[in-house]
Design a protein around this ligand. Structure first.
Ligand SMILES: [Zn+2]
Length: 325
């Protein structure tokens, strides 16, 4: 159902749709908050609601699939951060992934760490410009990607990788199964996350893996910062998971959670403080918090705070390993 009349400041190209919970629950939701696009300051006010049956939060109404590209400009930050050097993959010159010391791994586990399996076939969902594909190809993996942005997919293809420029929802089945499918901050962007998880289940064998990272809206950060929480990314983030709702959605999609790791990072908090300072009319404080993670004096403090937040599951970002189940 198109509900453009709800918002008056949207461009004509953006059509909103009113949808129910992806878990198939009966309609019935409670309002959580309203917010806007803080990443690019694009027009529109959006609401987050919580399903009264299962608790899963979603952006609703939301831009429909055809309208969503409006909120992903070519300078969308995740695309900009992932370009591969023009040298492309160094075929035949593979090298193992860099090993961290045990102490460091325990304190700051790699948020893109994979289950301990030998290199095989890997698919990255939303591979952007291909930097992770590049890293894994160098470590001996046979890699492929799916990327809905034509601009980003072109960059990854130009670097020599097999990347399909299509949304996951529209992607046809692959020629061969994958040993691991990864998606870094992807699931929350999908219009049909349950259908996507069910599709992905068909793309791995019984002993395969699905590794996803998502913002964690179940922690203190979300409650404290509300619409100023950095990981909200309205309206690009359509679903806002907690550990419990993510586990339920994965189970409905045919996946069993084996492990969840909370990222050891204070970035969400610092950026949320930057939003708060900006709203309070303190641009200098906003700039301080935005750049604090990069300041030499603050780096050690920021890392320590990030480790503590991750240890207590409060860093606002989590990575889940799941297997068919
Ligand atoms: Zn529900």
């Amino acid at each position: 159902m198109a509900t453009n009349a709800l918002l008056t400041d949207l461009p004509d190209a953006v059509v909103l749709e009113d949808v129910g919970c992806p878990m198939g629950c009966p309609r019935g939701e409670e309002p959580v908050l309203t917010g806007h696009d803080r990443l690019h300051a694009l027009p529109g006010t959006f609401s987050i609601v919580r399903c009264k049956t299962c608790g899963l939060m979603r952006t609703n109404p939301r831009p429909d699939e055809r309208s969503m590209s409006f909120y992903y400009p070519d300078d969308y930050q995740p695309y900009a951060d992932t370009s591969v050097s023009k040298a492309g993959p160094r075929k035949g010159k593979t090298r193992p992934a860099k090993r961290q010391g045990l102490f460091r791994r325990l304190l700051r586990p790699d948020p893109r760490g994979l289950p301990p399996v030998a290199p095989g076939r890997l698919l990255e969902l939303g591979c952007a410009s291909g930097s992770f594909l590049h890293k894994m190809a160098q470590a001996g993996w046979e890699v492929e990607g799916i990327e809905p942005s034509a601009h980003a997919a072109r960059q990854a293809c130009a670097a020599g990788y097999k990347v399909r420029n299509v949304s996951l929802e529209a992607a046809s089945d692959p020629e061969a199964p994958f040993d691991i499918i990864v998606g870094w901050m992807v699931l929350e962007h999908l219009h049909e996350p349950l259908a996507a998880l069910q599709k992905l289940r068909r793309w791995v064998p019984e002993d395969g893996w699905l590794v996803l990272s998502v913002p964690d809206a179940g922690g203190l950060e979300f409650k404290l910062f509300n619409d100023r929480w950095y990981a909200l990314h309205l309206p690009a983030h359509l679903h806002h998971f907690s550990r419990a709702t993510l586990t339920s959605l994965l189970a409905a999609g045919g996946w069993k959670v084996e492990r969840i790791v909370w990222h050891r990072s204070a970035k969400n908090t610092l950026m949320s403080l930057s939003y708060l300072a900006s709203d309070l009319g303190c641009p200098r404080a906003a700039a301080f918090f935005r750049d604090a993670g990069e300041r030499r004096r603050f780096k050690a403090v920021g890392k320590t705070v990030g480790i503590l937040m991750g240890l207590f599951h409060q860093s606002g970002r989590m990575t889940v390993w799941a297997r068919p189940g």
